[in-house]
Structures are given as C-alpha cells and as structure tokens.
Write a protein of this length. Structure first.
Length: 502
C-alpha cells in the first residue's frame, strides 16, 4: 500500500468521532514516524556531506603527488584554504545567491537569490544541514582549479578567485539548474522544454563550472617555465615532462575521491527515509561504481594500445588509470540516478577516451594543466551532461525527480532532454567565460596572478612558505667519517665508509 492509500484509509476511518481513541493513537504513531524520518534524512545528509568534504583530502593528495616536490606545501595549503574561504563565501553570499527564497511550488523563475545572506532567516535542522551539504559541493568546485594552475599561481590570486567562485559564479549556476526557481531546473512545475536540465549531482553545475574556470585560468596565466618553450622562447619539439614526485600520493588521492563520490552522487537524493529515495540512492551507488571502473580500464587500455602501435612497447600508465577513473566518476555524476548500469559502463568507457583526447588537445594548444583537471572535469562534465540526453530511461527519470516522465533520452525515443542538456552546457560555458575571463585578466594586469620567474624556479615552498615540504638534508660528511672510524676502532677494522656519501 502506498502513502496516498494510507492517507485515504486514515481519513475514512476518522471521518466521524466513532473511532476517536484509535485515531488519536494512529496520529501519534504517524507523528513519531515523521519525526524519525526527518532525523534519518538529516543524518543521511550529514553523513553524505562529510564524505563529500573528505574529497578535499583526496584533491590535496592527488595534487600534491602530481606536482614537483618543491611546490607541495603551496598546493596543499591552497586546498586547505578552499575549505576555509569556501565556507566564508558560501555562508555570506553563495547560499543566498543559489538558494535564497527558492520555492519549487511556484513556476516563477529568477536569476539570482536575494534572501538568506549570512544565513539570516534560516533555522531548523532541515535548512542547516542543506547548507552544509551544498557548501561541500561549492568547495569542491573551487578546488578543481588549484591543480590546473599549480606551481606558478600567486597565493593572493588564488584566494581572490576561490572566494569569487564560491560566493558568486558557482551559486548562479547552481540556482539556474538546482533550485526550484531556476530557469533550467527540472524541479520547476513548468520546466524548460517540459523536462528541464537533468544534472542530478553536478557534472555540469560543479565539474564543468570548476573545469571551465580552470581552463580560462590556465590560458591567461600561461604555462610553467620550460613546459613548452626553451629559455630563449623557442617552441620545444615535445613538451617537457614535469613528472609528479609521488605516484603513491596521487593514487591515495584518487581512492579518497572515489570514496567521496558515494556521498556526492547517492547523497544528492537528499533523503533516504522512504522507499523511493532509497531506490534512487542505491542506483546511484551502482552506476557510480561501474562508470569509475570502466573509465579507468578504458583510459589505461587505450593508452597502452596506442603506445604499442607507436613505439612497439607495452607500457601501463598509472596516471591514465587514475584520471580515467576520475573521468568516469565525473561523467556519471549528471545521470547517476536516471541511467541503467549497462549505460553507466558505456558512459565510463567513453569518458576514458574523452579524457585522453582532450588532454592531447591541451598539449597541442600549449595549454599547461599541471594535473589534467580540465580534461577530467570540464571535458567529462560536458560529456556527462550530454550522456543524460542519450541514455536517460523514462522510468528512472520519474523516480529520481518525482514526476511522470513523458520521454527519456535519445536512445529511448526522446529529444527534449538532449536539447535541455545542450542548452545547459552552453549556459555554463557562457556564464563562466563572461565572469571569469575579465576577472583573471584583471588579476594579471594588476600583477597579482603569476609568481616571479625566479620564485617559480626555486619553488613556491621555499619562496612563499618558509621552506621545503620535505627535509632533504642528510648527515654531514664529517659525521659519517667519524662514525665509520669509531666503528672501525671498536670492531677491529673492516668497516668502510659508504661510497655514496658526498
């Protein structure tokens, strides 16, 4: 028996006063169940939001391992400050711009919110926990940029654009697609094209926004010294390979991010205390897993085959596997609740190819992305949004968005969803370009964007953060010789000084 049937039976039973005592008991039971359900949903968002926040650690480890050791302090500090600055910006302005005054009960649309600045007027566990969950998403969008501009971006510039992104640029995108009053939202009673844009957990809202910002920043900031040009400014035949200093940290970061995605995608159901939302969350967990796995295998296997055809050598690149997993995760984020598991596998396989192709494209265009964040987040955020327009199954759309879907994706005979997805992609690119291009240009003009060439060469840890992240000093030559002599005296000789000590 569904909830509507239960309500109808209850009303019929209590239509008169002949069952007053029973109705009182039933009402108490119903109130207790509702209270318990609200508590379960609040805990669910607390848990999911915490897992999403754990992704900050994943980003930090991935970025730290993917860059040279002389810049490790700089990049992990930027990741830490993303959480701090993002919280302040989202508390003061971001949440109000994104969700302030949003009401899905009316079809009215507006461009930006005008209520709840500094969380004024918000009260109760439901509103507070929703703020917490959405802040974790906003911080994730800002962190995407850090890896791309690593090793040459000033800290002051980073603080400026991190705050601007979480306080204004990202919230406008979130409102347009996720709030009840957004002009592209699927939650509006009168949605665009009859469906609205389906971006369940943020392939477009979070990853495309962060990835597009990173792309614009990389173009305006310019490549790291020596990456594409020699000291005289002549183009290199092949880009210099600035290998990361720790593959172990990078893989650890990838695993942490993969775990975090189980808060990111299933958590976007926003509740768990009823059968419908539980079904949605469970499907999201499965599709997220399958897309990540197929993306990692697709990327690494394709790179291996291309290398074999080109050089005759069979090599397996851990970086391709890691970024392929992340590409699959980004791509499935939009449609995790509306596609079948087999479709998630297809989406992940293509995501691996999209990552490889866009990474090669950036190199060809001499755009330096230190950690390949743009191919992973921007290119596959775009692919993930488009994939919904192809693979969305009508029954899944109905379950995830509590509507009666009239059609699904293109492969299910529908076209409206695909049109909405394309419009959403174009809107995100346009909005980010219009806001962030002049912002980064102004930072560059004011001399606030890029560090000095000598500081870059020495490394940002020494030039900006009081020394290297690692203690690279060893024992002095004199101490080693004295120890060797002491051992020789004690044991009657036979102990030689190590040859590799300078």
């Amino acid at each position: 028996m569904d909830d509507d049937s239960v309500v109808t039976a209850y009303e019929a039973l209590c239509a008169d006063n002949t069952n007053a005592d029973l109705c009182t008991v039933l009402k108490q039971i119903n109130d207790n169940a509702a209270s318990m359900g609200a508590g379960v949903d609040t805990f669910y968002l607390l848990f999911a939001g915490t897992i999403v926040f754990l992704m900050q650690a994943g980003f930090a480890m991935l970025c730290a391992g993917s860059i040279r050791q002389k810049n490790v302090k700089n990049i992990i500090l930027k990741n830490l400050l993303d959480a701090c600055g993002g919280a302040i910006g989202f508390w003061a302005f971001g949440y109000a711009f994104a969700y302030g005054g949003a009401d899905s009960s009316t079809p009215d649309t507006d461009f930006i919110g005008t209520k709840n600045f500094f969380m004024n007027g918000m009260m109760g566990s439901g509103e507070w926990i929703f703020w917490f969950f959405q802040w974790a998403f906003a911080a994730a969008a800002a962190t995407i940029v850090a890896g791309t501009v690593a090793e040459r971006c000033k800290m002051s510039a980073y603080l400026c654009y991190s705050f601007f992104l979480t306080a204004f640029v990202y919230p406008v995108v979130a409102r347009s697609i996720w709030s009840g009053n957004g002009f592209l939202t699927a939650f509006n009673p009168d949605p665009f094209q009859g469906t609205g844009m389906i971006d369940f957990a943020g392939s477009g809202v979070v990853h495309m926004t962060g990835g597009a910002t990173a792309l614009i920043a990389a173009i305006i900031l310019g490549p790291r010294t020596g990456r594409f040009y020699d000291a005289d400014g002549n183009a290199l035949e092949e880009p210099a390979d600035f290998a990361g200093h720790s593959s172990a940290l990078s893989v650890l970061g990838t695993f942490i991010l993969w775990v975090g995605w189980y808060g990111f995608n299933p958590g976007s159901s926003l509740m768990i205390a009823n059968a419908g939302s539980a079904d949605v969350a469970a499907l999201c967990a499965v599709t997220t897993t399958m897309a990540a796995a197929s993306g990692g295998i697709s990327s690494m296997a394709t790179d291996t085959i291309l290398g074999l055809l080109t050089t005759g050598e069979t090599e397996y690149d851990v970086t391709c596997a890691m970024n392929g997993v992340l590409a699959g995760l980004v791509a499935i984020t939009a449609g995790c609740s509306v596609v079948d598991p087999w479709a998630a596998v297809v989406i992940g396989i293509i995501a691996g190819w999209v990552y490889l192709a866009f990474s090669k494209f950036l190199l060809m265009m001499k755009i330096d992305d230190a950690v390949d964040a743009v191919p992973v987040h921007f290119a596959n955020g775009m692919w993930g949004c488009i994939a919904v327009g192809l693979f969305a199954r009508p029954e899944c759309v109905s379950g995830a968005y509590s509507i009666t879907a009239k059609e699904g994706g293109l492969f299910y005979g529908g076209t409206n969803i695909l049109v909405c997805q394309i419009c959403g992609v174009l809107w995100i690119i346009g909005w980010v370009a219009v806001t962030m291009t002049p912002f980064f240009t102004a930072l560059k003009f004011l001399g606030m964007f890029r560090v000095d060439a000598l500081e870059e060469e020495v490394g940002l840890d020494i030039s900006h953060h009081k020394g290297s992240a690692y203690d690279m000093t060893g024992p002095t030559k004199e101490d080693v010789e004295e120890l060797a002599a002491r051992k020789s005296t004690q044991h009657g000789g036979g102990v030689e000084k190590p040859e590799d000590i300078a």
